[in-house]
Design a protein around this ligand. Sequence first.
Ligand code: NAP
Length: 262
Amino acid sequence: MAGLCLADALHRLGSAAAPFVYASFVGSLDGRIAVSDPVSGASRLPVEITSESDFRLFLELEAQADCLVTHGGYLRDLAAGRLDDVLQIGTRTMDRDLADWRRENGLSPQPAVVIASASLDFPIPDSLIREKRRVLVATGRQAPPDRVDALRARGVPVLVAGEGDAVEGAPLVRELGRLGFRSVYLLTGPRMLSTMLRDGALSRLYLTITHRVVGGESFHTMATGPRLEGAGRLRLCTLHYDAAAPDGAGQWFARFEPLRPA
Ligand SMILES: NC(=O)c1ccc[n+]([C@@H]2O[C@H](COP(=O)([O-])OP(=O)(O)OC[C@H]3O[C@@H](n4cnc5c(N)ncnc54)[C@H](OP(=O)(O)O)[C@@H]3O)[C@@H](O)[C@H]2O)c1
């Protein structure tokens, strides 16, 4: 599957007026993107639905981004050692070539990182500070003002992209475009996907479906909040099938684009 997503040249599809915004999810046949551990209660992507192929494609999507949008919850999990750091590109054997690819395609060595958060209660990882990565925070107008001030005092730009405490899709994309970002990869979860779809701000969804029924009492699906109605209509653009991964069960790799209202 290597090269499948790089061929999309996502870094060339957007403009400052209309950045290309894409998201990806890996799910099971029964729609799980995460299940809760019965002991710790922590919810995680079930390891049995992941494969080397989908991780490689995830890294290819990252490689094409001007900026990665992550969120406060991920940075808290990262600091607590509950999740791996996926904000760096080109640091593993399987993605060394992607560092060269970025250079050859005129992209900065690493994408900027935008942290979406309503609480503004998260640590900024040392690795980002050490590497002098461009880091920005996005939040809503009602976010705690003392935390906004503290971030700005540290030199971290805070984008206001929403009238409540949460980030909304359309204002976020507008702000990112204003800053010159053309390809924006959402490494976020159900809440951000829902707001992007609701606001008509998502350009493309990459969805890997692993041919396995996961079950579990408590789980997440790709979307949350009020029903999306027409904003949830998507058109299948391409579909690839890998019969072998993982464990011989098979995976579909699909690209979808939102159907705009007629
Ligand atoms: N299988 C997959 O492909 C996949 C993909 C993504 C996530 N997941 C998993 O799914 C589960 C749920 O995902 P999640 O943790 O990302 O849940 P989520 O409910 O979508 O997001 C949780 C956190 O993100 C911040 N956030 C999200 N949307 C925001 C918005 N519009 N405005 C401001 N802040 C926003 C908030 O941070 P603050 O609390 O700092 O305000 C919030 O606590 C997790 O277990 C995750 O690992 C799986």
